[in-house]
Design a protein around this ligand. Structure first.
Ligand code: GAL
Length: 566
């Protein structure tokens, strides 16, 4: 069972939490720059990080019931979390999503529970959950209306006072432990940017949570309102840079496809791959207290095969994603239940280091992921996107463990083996193999893998015919895209060093140690930029097939952001 910070029901805040509650709102500032060898940390986590030092776990009704929600359904799922044993494994936060309230506020401006749906009210529901060792989560919105047009907490359209403090205080009085703050219908004042409006609103919510005196986890949906495909836009990266100063987790993109009772067998696998797709590049923002949330686990629910259910659990665990089920817990498939309850996968997801996996290599058919773990182990996963089983062989050096043998544990079968040079497995169609590797008698792992840039393309050393030139090209998983972020802060490809020369960057023979200031030392920053230490210029992907170049660092420029190996 994972070690998790238990619910602080009834406002039993620790001294640290009380101090955090009275601290000023963190403004997003650039964290100290990291180095290439130890990839840059995400921006410092915001206040109340202690509430979510591990990715939150639990259940939410939305992807199964949507607005068709009531007390009986919430209780049935909460009870099933307990009776299935999932609650004891950490799935403990039960969140009521949109549509729980009346369409208008009460006489004192308060939110009014729809008692046709929740006859005993919300304080009663919270007490019911707490009595079973569960935590209570609730949905609201930073805009004037929720996405389903119930009263939101934000300013009305046209401007005016918001309800953040009063609404959050109302939640605290119901002993809520977790607030999912959505971002529909946020009022953008004339002359204000959309980003500034969201930032103002989410910072106000964060202040209200602290002012409430109750330690409540805040799930902030702001980035999801700026998503623009997989690689994103300047605004999206900018919002991702500050959202961790407001909440402990954030939705950064599209919803997972919901269950449709009228078409229950509709496949939802494409949606799982889509959400994995945008989340896999965002590891730089994740750390204990701050988590990327690619949306709900629908493993074991209609729309996924057993293999696809296992894949979702493995991919979400590799990405340190919140493990929030959104399904009918009493009718989870046996395979889904087994995957969700797999202790090794839960421990992987909840690993104390809090590092999200990076993509080592992707070629459109298979993705290889690697993730460093707190005890020095390294998790490796292989996703097979194709409709047929695939045999894969992975030299250990390619996943960052050169000159190494490892003890390998297959997290699906539990099988242990000694691996001297290469991992091999047959990965079923739509399946994901996942191992936990314990290095034996070798140095720590070295971040190894592709350097992913604008348009989810790869820095590539072999496509121009000009020796030493690097271009951005489709990712192939090939050796000419496998970089090593060496401990000496060089960035190496097939034994050569990335070398800055004025506004150019090319591969050259690695210089003797004392000569490397001559352009071979690199620094990764929390905003995803990679700078040459010699000049402070940023590695930039040009349009077309031109060579990568160095330019003055801009403000969250899409073509200056890189997803690096970890
Ligand atoms: C969406 C959100 C969903 C659900 C829904 C409720 O914006 O992504 O998870 O909360 O609103 O209306």
């Amino acid at each position: 069972m994972p070690h998790r910070l238990r619910a602080l029901s009834g406002g039993l805040a620790t001294a640290a939490l009380l101090a955090a509650l009275s601290a000023p709102v963190a403004t997003a500032t650039a964290a100290p720059a990291g180095t290439v060898a130890a990839p840059a940390p995400a921006p410092a986590p915001g206040p109340l990080a202690e509430l979510a030092l591990r990715p939150p776990m639990g259940w939410n009704n939305w992807a199964h019931h949507m607005c068709d929600i009531d007390e009986a359904k919430v209780l049935a799922n909460a009870d099933a979390l307990v009776s299935s044993g999932l609650a004891a494994k950490g799935y403990d936060t039960v969140t009521v999503d949109d549509c729980w309230m009346e369409k208008t506020r009460g006489p004192r401006g308060e939110l009014v529970t729809d008692t046709a749906k929740f006859p005993h009210g919300m304080a009663w529901l919270g007490a019911y959950l707490h009595a079973r060792g569960l935590r209570f989560g609730i949905y609201e919105d930073t805009g004037s209306l929720t996405c389903e047009r119930y009263p939101g907490s934000g300013r009305p359209q046209g401007g005016g006072p918001d309800h953040f403090e009063a609404d959050v205080a109302q939640f605290a009085s119901w002993e809520v432990d977790y607030i999912k703050m959505d971002g529909c219908n946020v009022w953008v004042a004339p002359g204000q940017t959309k980003e500034a409006a969201y930032r103002e609103a989410y910072e106000a919510v964060a202040r209200a949570v602290r002012a409430s005196g109750r330690p409540m986890v805040l799930s902030a949906s702001a980035p999801a309102y700026f998503q623009n495909g997989e690689w994103g836009s300047r605004d999206w990266f900018s919002v991702l840079g500050w959202v961790g100063g407001t909440g402990q987790l954030w939705r950064e993109g599209r919803d997972i496809q919901v269950y449709r009772p009228a078409a229950p067998t509709t496949s939802r696998w494409g949606s799982v791959l889509g959400n994995y797709g945008y989340n896999r590049w965002l590891g730089r923002y994740a750390r204990p207290g701050n988590w990327n949330d690619p949306d709900f686990l629908i493993a074991g629910a209609p729309g996924l095969t057993d293999e696809e259910s296992r894949s979702q659990v493995a991919l979400w665990a590799m990405m340190a994603a919140p493990f929030i089920l959104s399904s009918d817990v009493p009718s989870l498939t046996p395979a889904g239940l087994a995957a969700l309850g797999n202790d090794d996968l839960i421990a992987l997801d909840q690993d104390a280091l809090g590092r999200q996996a990076s993509v080592v290599a992707t070629d459109g058919s298979t993705d290889v992921l690697a993730r460093p773990l707190a005890n020095g182990d390294r998790a490796v996963a292989v996703l097979n996107r194709t409709a047929t089983a695939r045999a894969v062989t992975l030299p250990l050096a390619d996943v960052g463990l050169p000159s190494c043998s490892v003890r390998a544990r297959d997290l699906w079968t539990g099988e242990r083996s000694t691996v001297r040079t290469r991992l091999s497995a047959t990965v079923p169609a739509h399946g994901t193999a996942v191992w936990r590797l314990t290095p034996r008698g070798c140095l720590a792992a070295v971040p190894t893998g592709q350097l992913t840039g604008a348009g989810t393309q790869c820095a590539d050393g072999d496509h121009t015919g000009t020796a030493g030139t690097l271009v951005l090209a489709p990712c192939t998983g090939g050796a000419d895209q496998r970089f090593v972020l060496a401990r000496d802060r060089t960035l190496r490809l097939q034994g050569r060093c990335l070398t800055a020369d004025g506004e150019g960057a090319a591969l050259a023979a690695c210089a003797a140690r004392h000569d490397r200031e001559g352009g071979q030392l690199w620094r990764a920053r929390p905003d995803g930029t990679l700078t040459a230490e010699s000049s402070g210029l940023c590695l930039e992907a040009p349009a077309g097939a031109a060579a990568l170049r160095l330019r003055a660092c801009g403000d969250h420029l899409v073509n200056q952001a890189w997803a690096l190996p970890v």
